[in-house]
Write a protein that binds this ligand. Structure first.
Ligand code: ATP
Length: 238
């Protein structure tokens, strides 16, 4: 499969804190690729560098073969990359519908936007039931669904998901990951950051493990899941 996204030797720092050192990874078109590692390993920073929220200090990021180093974050969204940030930052005072429409604010095709609201409701029927409600009144799981739905409103080719399972019950995690798989099967490539290693390896085809800002290990997800030494060394065992 052709590469949709690739990072080559990407580094990033917050002042004197080196958060990423020479990170290289690739995300083939159509895949779900997982990015794993302990707290502070640099997972969120990697997503934030891709979406241009954090500047890189070296290396190259190619999307569809072209460098996005000089792009602003809204240009990256327009090019086809949408991020669901960690934590639940819905616009609490706005309705579910308004939150979804904000996800499409760079688009001018009203009909396409209306179709995509329908598509979001098909993935997340509970949002249709609540669409006039203030987003702040939704449960944690529903807010996570709204964030994913909002990112889909930009019609991304690549979805960056930062810990979608955070703080959710096992049942909700299962439900959300079922939907994430469907979104992928419908044609959206996904780069997934997760602390829930079992779930992440279960739904991805390939995984990278970050340690102290460097890729410590990578391989097909099924091999990493079956490799006890890797599990013990990097993934907290099972
Ligand atoms: P977590 O799961 O806790 O979010 P992570 O793997 O996503 O961890 P990052 O959030 O990318 O890790 O953090 C990587 C390193 O950069 C850590 O040492 C962290 O303390 C530091 N860091 C992250 N964000 C900032 C920031 N805004 N300012 C300064 N340092 C930061």
């Amino acid at each position: 499969m052709p590469e949709l996204l690739s990072l080559r030797d990407v580094s990033a720092a917050y002042g004197r804190i080196q958060a990423l050192s020479h990170v290289s990874l690739s995300v083939p078109e159509g895949a779900i690729v997982a990015l794993l590692g302990a707290n502070g390993a640099g997972k969120s920073t990697t997503l934030n560098v891709i979406s241009r929220l954090v500047p890189q200090s070296g290396g190259e990021i190619l999307f569809r073969g072209a460098s996005i180093a000089a792009r602003a974050s809204h240009e990256v969204v327009r090019a086809g990359i949408a991020q669901v940030p960690e934590g639940r930052e819905v616009f609490r005072e706005m309705s579910v519908r308004e939150n979804l429409e904000l996800g499409a604010h760079l688009r001018r095709d009203a009909r396409g936007v209306a179709e995509d609201v329908e598509r979001a409701f098909a993935y997340f029927p509970v949002l249709r039931e609540r669409y006039r409600q203030r987003a702040g009144t939704l449960s944690g799981g529903e807010q996570q669904m709204l964030l994913i739905a909002r990112a889909l409103m930009a019609r991304p080719a690549l979805l960056l998901l930062d810990e979608p399972s955070l703080g959710l019950s096992p049942l909700l995690v299962q439900q959300i990951f079922g939907i994430i798989r469907r979104i992928n099967e419908d044609g959206t490539t996904i780069l997934l950051v997760e602390q829930n290693v079992g779930v992440a390896l279960g739904c991805s085809s390939y995984a990278y493990i970050l340690e102290n800002g460097e890729i410590a290990h990578h391989g097909p997800s099924a091999s990493l899941a079956a490799d006890g030494a890797v599990q013990n060394a990097y993934l907290g065992g099972h």
